[in-house]
Design a protein around this ligand. Structure first.
Ligand SMILES: [Fe+2]
Ligand SMILES: [Fe+2]
Length: 158
């Protein structure tokens, strides 16, 4: 699969989970909210892992104009990683749980929008279909190697 198509599919998957969270945010039980945020953590950590280990380095090296975008994206991942880690250590009965999850969702939506609108199109143009297919294959395979702890991401310690 084309690398950018794969990443956008992931974005859609996580957006569905965000909408689900917004639905149960006030009405769901603590157990339901905790379980959903755990799912979000797994999905986002895997996604960030394949971006940081494969897609971002390729973009930076092969499309140097996107350098600033890549650096900003890593900073955004950094914030996400720490929020995800804090959420995994937090009971959903704590008053800060929903607040942290909401900020995570807002930040991630902003990040996804920048990726999709501002720099993925540039990368697509510069890399071309064959290279994107190659990167897509690598990323699909790398998902199996993704950590479950968001603090294991490179961005967490940048
Ligand atoms: Fe990202
Ligand atoms: Fe992404």
């Amino acid at each position: 699969m084309d690398a950018i198509v794969l990443l956008k599919e992931d974005h859609k998957t996580v957006e569905k989970m965000f909408k689900e969270f917004e639905k149960i945010k006030d009405s769901g039980t603590a157990r339901q909210r905790k379980a959903l945020v755990d799912k979000i953590r797994k999905e986002l950590t895997t996604h960030a892992f394949i971006e940081e280990t494969i897609f971002y380095p390729a973009a930076r090296e092969e499309v140097p104009e996107t350098d600033d975008h890549v650096l900003e994206s890593v900073e955004e991942h950094h914030v996400m990683a720490w929020l995800l880690s804090e959420l995994s250590n937090l009971s959903a009965t704590e008053e800060t749980f929903n607040a942290k999850a909401t900020v995570l969702i807002e930040n991630t939506r902003h990040h996804v929008e920048e990726e999709e609108k501002e720099w993925f199109p540039e990368v697509r143009k510069a890399l071309g279909r064959n290279r994107l297919l190659e990167l897509g294959e690598q990323m699909a395979a790398a998902k199996k190697k993704a950590p479950s702890d968001p603090l294991a991401l490179i961005s967490a310690h940048k």
